[in-house]
Design a protein around this ligand. Structure first.
Ligand SMILES: Nc1ncnc2c1ncn2[C@@H]1O[C@H](COP(=O)(O)OP(=O)(O)OP(=O)(O)O)[C@@H](O)[C@H]1O
Ligand SMILES: [Mg+2]
Length: 237
């Protein structure tokens, strides 16, 4: 589905991602873990095409097509989706208006509206929040739920959730996890997380550990438990 080959990423003169090689397969769930500042969000933003992160070397391919030079919106059209670690507020635009624009020509506005209502009910997002400017004044957990709702309506193929479990209460986390489980078919998930709790509900096929911009270890779901018990230093350094 998505492959990274010898990927090296810089911001200014600083190398953040170094020599990352990985192939994400269709229909699988991956967890990406690692200490603060190890480069997880940078990797996510680079895959999505954030202009601040320059690819110094290597390539990103989506279904066999190199996407290094594509803009973020082109990547989104190819089926990439990123739920931000810190979702930004968009003043004057509600989630319906945003999704209608993103899906123009692909989904009927009425269908979009119906889907928003359906998923808002599943995710327990109140109507008032749906009608508000996106993320404006929303709590941490509400923002994360709104990200999941957008993913549901957009129906991407490769979904990155950057700390979707941070700041959400246990009920919301279960709802989010169940949601991901239910919508796994033909999709690939990359869940960036610091905690095992979400991984108890969605068992990842593989757990990747990133340290200092490199993927230093890959294992099955048990690796996440070992990390929790022993910490990164003992296991990976
Ligand atoms: N735009 C930027 N300018 C300068 N340094 C940056 C920039 N973006 C990221 N970095 C640096 O790159 C490193 C990796 O940051 P990143 O946000 O990818 O870490 P992370 O693994 O997601 O950490 P966390 O678990 O805390 O979210 C950090 O040292 C960070 O300060
Ligand atoms: Mg991060």
């Amino acid at each position: 589905m998505l492959s990274l080959t010898n990927l090296k990423v810089k911001v200014g003169e600083k190398v953040i991602i170094n020599n990352v090689n990985f192939n994400f397969e269709k229909g699988k769930v991956y967890a990406l873990m690692g200490p603060n500042g190890s480069g997880k969000s940078t990797l996510a933003l680079t895959i999505m095409g954030h202009p601040q992160y320059q690819i110094e070397n290597g390539k990103i391919e989506m279904e066999g097509v190199e996407i290094n030079n594509l803009s973020a919106d082109k990547r989104a059209q190819l089926g990439l989706f990123l739920s931000f670690q810190t979702p930004i507020a968009v003043s004057g635009v509600n989630v319906f208006q945003l999704l209608r624009l993103a899906l123009s020509g692909k989904k009927d506005p009425l269908e979009i509206k119906k889907e928003i209502e359906k998923y808002a009910s599943v995710l327990k997002i109140p109507n008032e929040l749906i009608n508000r400017s996106l993320n404006e004044g929303a709590s941490g957990g509400e923002k994360k739920k709104l990200e999941v709702l957008q993913a549901a309506v957009l129906e991407p193929k490769f979904l990155i959730f950057d700390e979707v479990d941070t700041g959400v209460d246990v009920d919301a986390m279960k709802v989010i996890a169940q949601f991901i489980k239910k919508h796994k078919k033909d999709k690939t998930y990359l869940l960036i997380t610091h905690y095992n709790r979400i991984l108890r509900y969605i068992k990842p096929d593989k757990v990747l550990i990133m340290i200092d911009g490199e993927i230093v270890k890959v294992g099955d779901y048990k690796l996440a438990y070992q990390i929790e018990k022993k910490g990164y230093e003992k296991l990976c350094i």
